[in-house]
Design a protein around this ligand. Structure first.
Ligand code: CP3
Length: 319
């Protein structure tokens, strides 16, 4: 997941060589190299494409920059006028190097190792487009949605179309499944979550499957809590990613309907030791009876020692 590479020295070297983060994303050989690094080191069962959810605003013509350590900086869309500056359609020529990175990665992955593509869900992507940067709880986008729901709906519509066509191109280029990251689902009240997260994601999934029946799609609405039930029902994803706050007692009910992925606390992986062992055991005990993808409940923290990842994997694989 996000920032995944930063705990690896080989990623930090590659990042330095590329200089600019977007250059890393848009240079197929370098992006493929970053995609493959964790698989080479740890022998994972799947790789996730190295890219970012913010390549979509970039390909819609918004200025996007990642300057040293401050997170993303976008030219904020303050109001409806800002929407007019975006391109009407996603520019796939801009995204072509990403499709090439998928082809290169796929060709170099060992047989049987899945390649995951991804995009951000419209709500999460819109929240960065509007704020222009990361914020504590996405207040600028929430304000926009409350004050001008029609204008906000227009942005979400554009992102639904852009995301569906982007995911379809990723499948064409060779990904085995895709994940839709709704990192900021958890800041919305139920009705807003249905309107801005669940319904738009449902439409992306439907649009993708209309062209590509059977396309495998994983949803990750972080912080959705009990709304995960509606999300799973309405979006009709093939698997659901659980953040680390989701109680396995609640999630086992979901797992009777579809495979779940998660949900080790990334912070316990950083802490390590007996606490990590215990958390791994609890996760496995909770979920391993039914279809389950062992994973973290969100992206790995950059300060995580590699030795802790090794320890976690040894414990999971010993089962
Ligand atoms: O695991 C991977 O490395 C796969 C690639 C990936 C990245 N971003 C690379 C990245 C993926 C799947 C993402 C998704 C992403 N990007 C999300 C959704 C998932 C999540 O974790 O919540 C979001 C919200 C973003 C937007 C984004 N990109 C932010 C907020 C930041 C700054 C993070 C920070 O703490 O500084 C990024 C930067 C980013 N994306 C990095 C990486 C490896 C770090 C940039 C660097 O190397 O300098």
């Amino acid at each position: 997941m996000r920032q995944a590479g930063r705990y690896l020295p080989e990623y930090r070297r590659l990042r330095e060589k590329a200089g600019d983060f977007l250059k890393l994303c848009f240079t197929p050989e370098l992006a493929a190299e970053a995609t493959l690094q964790p698989v080479r080191r740890f022998g994972f069962d799947a790789a996730i494409l190295f890219s970012d959810i913010l390549v979509i605003p970039y390909a819609l013509g918004q200025s996007v920059q990642f300057t040293g350590g401050e997170g993303p900086q976008l030219e904020a869309i303050a109001d409806r006028g800002g929407l007019a500056r975006l391109k009407a359609k996603l520019d796939h020529r801009v995204l072509a190097p990403i499709y090439d990175a998928i082809k290169l990665s796929k060709a170099d992955l060992p047989q049987g190792v899945a390649l995951l593509g991804f995009c951000g869900a419209p709500w999460t992507v819109a929240s960065y487009m509007i704020a222009g940067s990361g914020t504590a709880a996405q207040e600028p986008a929430r304000r926009f949605a409350y004050e001008d729901p029609d204008g906000f709906a227009e942005l979400i519509e554009r992102l639904i179309d852009a995301s569906a066509s982007y995911l379809l191109r990723q499948f064409e280029a060779g990904v085995d499944a895709v994940q839709i990251f709704d990192t900021w689902a958890g800041v919305l009240p139920a009705e807003q979550l249905r309107r801005w997260c669940i319904d738009p994601t449902r439409r992306i999934v439907a649009q993708v499957r209309r062209e590509l029946p059977g396309a495998k799609i994983i949803g990750f609405p972080r912080g959705a809590g009990t709304a995960l039930v509606t999300y799973v029902q309405d979006v009709a994803v093939d698997a659901i990613g659980l953040d680390w706050t989701v109680d396995p007692i609640f999630a086992r009910e979901l797992q009777s309907r579809l495979p779940v992925q998660g949900n080790l606390d990334p912070f316990v992986l950083l802490v390590g030791g007996a606490a990590l062992d215990r958390a791994v055991d609890l996760t496995l005990a909770a979920f391993s009876e039914r279809p389950f993808i062992f994973n973290l409940g969100h992206g790995i923290l950059p300060q995580t020692p590699v030795a802790h990842v090794e320890r976690m994997l040894a414990r999971v694989r010993a089962r």
